[in-house]
Design a protein. Structure first.
Ligand code: NAP
Length: 198
């Protein structure tokens, strides 16, 4: 399969590419440092990326961010940033990809367990993650037979907790999270939110 990973230079992106590369032709995209350039918050750049990348069998998105801050500190611009970036960026990746991904192919998006298990500071991220999951379930119904759409919902990743100076023992390793993306690409299901949490 020819697979495009958006967010290729990140923690999960690098791990996914390492796991998929022996078997598949994997190419990467991000704002900086990848073979293909894309800014998920800019629909025009998503269209340009698909045109540059050529035929694809699968797309995996582990890019896009949302703001983490207390509710009373979040500005309108923070919500707009979060919605434009991790939510509409992934929605537009599907909308623009329907004509670009080979029939029978797949798109795998990313949410996160803050959708179901929020914490103080996560209002914008929880909103975005839940939106990604709801969009996936609904889009999969309409795209059935053409394109499979799934979501991986990672829990805290151990390497990220370590980077933050927190105890990594409660986290799930990036290599385990990457297996959930591989499953979404290689197995034949759609409309699913696959949990990759401890
Ligand atoms: N790590 C965790 O503990 C954890 C837990 C739950 C969910 N998640 C979710 O998993 C995903 C990946 O996490 P990660 O830890 O691998 O993140 P990461 O290490 O920060 O990597 C993010 C990747 O996305 C790219 N990116 C960021 N904004 C982008 C944009 N607007 N357009 C295109 N590319 C963009 C980055 O490259 P550029 O900056 O060059 O564009 C980078 O390649 C995120 O959606 C995150 O919310 C992570």
């Amino acid at each position: 399969m020819r697979i495009l990973v958006v967010g290729a230079t990140g923690l999960l992106g690098k791990e996914i590419i390492q796991q998929l590369s022996p078997k598949h032709d994997v190419i990467g995209a991000s704002r900086n440092g990848s073979a293909f350039k894309v800014d998920l918050s800019d629909k025009g750049s998503i269209i340009a990326m698909y045109n540059d990348a050529g035929p694809l069998d699968a797309v995996i998105c582990v890019g896009g961010t949302a703001k983490f801050a207390p509710l009373d500190a979040l500005q309108d611009s923070d919500f707009a940033f979060s919605l434009d970036n991790k939510l509409m960026g992934q929605v537009n990746l599907v909308r623009c990809g329907t004509q670009k991904i080979n029939p029978g192919g797949s798109i795998t998006l990313t949410s996160g367990t803050l959708a179901q298990y929020p914490m103080p500071g996560s209002t914008a991220i929880s909103l975005v993650n839940a939106g990604v999951e709801a969009f996936c379930r609904a889009a999969a119904l309409e795209l059935k037979g053409m394109l499979r759409v799934n979501v991986v919902s990672p829990g805290w990743v151990a390497e990220t907790l370590q980077q933050m100076g927190r105890d990594p023992s409660g986290g799930v390793h990036a290599s385990v999270v990457a297996q959930a993306y591989r499953k979404c690409v290689e197995e034949d299901f759609t409309g699913q939110v696959v949990s990759a949490a401890r």
